[in-house]
Ligand binder design. Structure first.
Ligand code: CU
Length: 260
């Protein structure tokens, strides 16, 4: 009777635990993939943890006052069962993780061969043959201690701010002017190291317009802690306006400086 009560309590804990870690709506495709994987793993891990804990507590209580313990009896059937059960669980974890890792969003095709892009923001070749032709491409140059982003569709460059449209495929091709940096945007599930004389790529599609914080997660010198980025995600029409508005402004300022 007491055991049944413990069982009911354990089931309640599982339900409450799963509800507590249930993912809220993800802001990008990348984040959704990562959240789904975490959720799947928790589905497996929570009941297993409770199962082990319940057996442990039961054994401690049940055999707490045993003056004459018996040696453990061999039970081949039981041993084979738990070996196979463990193998099935590990296989599930491996497959679930691999499916996410193999996604072109989580692991985009990286062009970063040494010497391929040795000149900073020089025009870069297409990353991915299968990428849709209307994907947005941005070039990012990291340095001690900041970011410069260049938008090939216009003349615009931004400092420490990446501006991208929502609901479009986005590729950010990045390189470093000096040491190793990285771009980490936790809320969007993005994290990619950036190397000098190499190109690495972030591939995403953000579903929720908004402003997200980005950090450098490779220790890159005295200013590392201050190396922050803002990712501003605009609705598509606002993004087009932003691109147009700025390129005009730049052309005007170029014309002014040319005549002045
Ligand atoms: Cu850095």
């Amino acid at each position: 009777m007491r055991l049944r009560r413990v069982g009911v309590f354990a089931c309640l804990l599982v339900v409450v635990g799963i509800a507590a870690v249930a993912p809220v709506a993800a802001q990008s495709v990348n984040k959704r993939l990562i959240d789904q994987l975490n959720f799947q793993l928790i589905y497996v891990a929570l009941p297993l943890t409770l199962f082990v804990e319940v057996i442990l507590i039961y054994a401690v209580v049940r055999f707490r006052d045993n003056d004459d313990p018996l040696p453990t009896a061999e039970d081949p059937a039981l041993e084979i069962t738990w070996t196979i059960a463990t193998a099935i669980i590990l296989l599930f974890v491996g497959l679930a993780a691999y499916t996410v890792l193999a996604s072109p969003y989580i692991t985009p095709q990286q062009p970063g061969q040494p010497g391929e892009s040795s000149s900073g923001l020089a025009p870069m070749a297409e990353t991915n043959g299968s990428a849709s032709s209307n994907a947005v491409r941005v070039h990012g140059l990291s340095y001690q201690w900041g970011w410069e982003f260049e938008y090939p569709e216009s003349n615009r460059t931004t400092q420490d701010e990446l501006v991208i449209p929502a609901n479009r495929e986005v590729y950010v091709r990045m390189t470093s002017a000096d040491v190793i940096h990285s771009l980490f945007v936790p809320e969007l599930g993005l994290k990619q190291d950036v190397f000098p004389r190499r190109t690495t790529v972030i591939h995403t599609r953000v579903t929720e317009p908004g402003t997200y914080r980005g950090y450098c997660t490779e220790f890159c010198g005295a200013g590392h802690a201050r190396m922050r980025t803002t990712v501003r995600v605009l609705p598509q029409n606002e993004y087009r306006q932003w691109l147009r508005g700025n390129s005009t402004a730049r052309m005007e300022s170029n014309a002014t400086s040319a005549t002045g």
